[in-house]
Design a protein around this ligand. Structure first.
Ligand SMILES: Nc1ncnc2c1ncn2[C@@H]1O[C@H](COP(=O)(O)OP(=O)(O)OP(=O)(O)O)[C@@H](O)[C@H]1O
Ligand SMILES: [Mg+2]
Length: 211
């Protein structure tokens, strides 16, 4: 039902270092310059409550190692807060929301093709946000070796996923690729392209949806 109203949710997905934050920043500049309006947000997070939960999930404390299902529950708790307090009301008002990561990240990072975890995730998610999904998902696709090289050069905002190895990200990328094959809302872009060229392509795809 929510998917039929005028408001739109556009999510950005891709492994760490694929360039999501970079492209979102460029998009924000374009929106400002062209006097278009959108709400820019992120997951996990986006509200005070969800940002608190984000800190638990992304903790770099070596002693913290959540069970897979616990991590999914924490992500869904953060998503529910974000959905109820920000996404749902703003979409109902007809707003455009741009979100750094959303439902596909949980599938790609936490489930990674594990059927039992997927079942658990789908069932729990459905009980919270029904079948709500983004109208458009920009997937930035990049070989993990190249993304890791970028992350190592980047000094800021490290989290526990920055410490995962290439094998972990190969699985995450594989899940993203298969999600893109099965969902028309997901548009895959080659994240190795120049920032400005990529930004133009992403812009076209977004304007086709909202203008
Ligand atoms: N198209 C590009 N070509 C070359 N370098 C890029 C490109 N896009 C981003 N980068 C660089 O790669 C690094 C990672 O980019 P960014 O932080 O945007 O990735 P991210 O997907 O948001 O990662 P994370 O999931 O960890 O937040 C940054 O240093 C950025 O400047
Ligand atoms: Mg980022």
């Amino acid at each position: 039902m929510l998917n039929k109203v005028k408001g739109k949710l556009i999510s950005f997905e891709g492994i760490d270092g694929s360039g999501k934050s970079t492209q979102i920043k460029l998009l924000k500049e374009f929106f400002n310059e062209s006097k278009r309006k959108a709400i820019f947000t992120r997951e996990p997070g986006g509200t005070v409550e969800a940002e608190l939960i984000r800190r638990l999930i992304l903790s770099k404390n070596k002693k913290v190692n959540f069970e897979n299902k616990t991590e999914i529950l924490l992500l869904l708790a953060a998503r529910y807060e974000h959905f109820k307090k920000l996404i749902e009301p703003e979409i109902l008002k007809g707003k455009t929301i741009i979100c750094d990561r959303f439902i596909d990240s949980t599938l790609a990072y936490q489930c990674r093709g594990n059927i039992e975890l997927e079942k658990f995730y789908f069932k729990t998610s459905k009980s919270l946000i029904k079948n709500f999904e983004p109208n458009l998902t920009i997937l930035l696709d990049i070989p993990p070796s190249r993304a890791l090289h970028r992350i190592n050069k980047r000094k800021t905002t490290t989290n526990k996923y920055d410490e995962k190895d290439e094998y972990f990200f190969l699985n995450v990328r594989k899940t993203y690729t298969s999600l893109a094959k099965n969902n028309l809302r997901i548009k895959k872009f080659n994240a190795l392209e120049k920032k400005s060229i990529l930004a133009d392509k992403i812009k076209k795809s977004i304007l086709a949806l909202i203008d």
